[in-house]
Design a protein around this ligand. Sequence first.
Ligand SMILES: C[S@@+](CC[C@H](N)C(=O)[O-])C[C@H]1O[C@@H](n2cnc3c(N)ncnc32)[C@H](O)[C@@H]1O
Length: 272
Amino acid sequence: MNAQLSPTPDPFFQFKQAQKQGWAHFSPLEAVTIPQAPRLIRHARVRAGDRVLDVGCGTGVVSITAARLGAHATGLDLTPELLQRARENARISEVAVEFHEGDAEALPFADSSFDVVLSQFGHIFAPRPEIAIAEMLRVLKPGGTIAFSTWPPDFYVGRSFALGSKYLPPPPDVPSPILWGDPNVIRTRLGSKVKDIAFHSARMDVPVLSVQLHRTNIERTVGSLVKLVEVLSASDPAKLEQLRREGEALAAEYLEDNLLRQDYLMTRATKI
Ligand SMILES: C[S@@+](CC[C@H](N)C(=O)[O-])C[C@H]1O[C@@H](n2cnc3c(N)ncnc32)[C@H](O)[C@@H]1O
């Protein structure tokens, strides 16, 4: 075999395998991300007939919403269990969406294949942000729109991630996904290949009956937390209990009238 044709070994293979296992149980949380999908689609100004890519599509909430509006939608995700659900969701919704199992850092599409590239809380989990964003911009046509939803560090989800990292730090060469919620970092990562960067603050209110129930639900569904609980329950149960109490106290700060306030950020830019 020609050595030049063999794929480059992925140094983050193990990290992505762990992500894949962690995210396998995310489906119930689509109830929370479904209402956010049309907001990102509006922010990105998706029109009928656009070729749209949804990176880290999970159960397909963004790509299926785009397809219902008449876009030619494609979804890509690392996690086969979620793609299975995405295909089922599209079938029942009677829309055609192409779903691919794959990695945001190695998109299996030709240059300039899409009019719009979107990611709703998805691409932020790729361990090398500069590679993921380069890939997303590569498959976007010049003049096309890139748009994504991310978690700022100063609000509930951002602070929860920071709390988790305090108990189990990520590998030293993997930056926190929460950096994607900082407009200055976003500007730097988008770099000189885009123009007209626009930000929009958004907020979702998640029904929560108690902080304990919320904690139990996210421990079962949010990929990074699933893994964290798995590691700490085996290595240091007392530390896990401490994390749980701190997590519940943090959630209590944002809970009012059984709604947990989660602020996020939407970004849009045009490829030059
Ligand atoms: C919080 S979920 C969001 C799913 C969906 N976009 C939504 O809004 O419901 C994060 C998703 O990113 C996916 N993911 C994580 N790392 C990825 C990677 N390197 N490439 C592609 N998808 C990835 C996970 O499998 C998961 O489906």
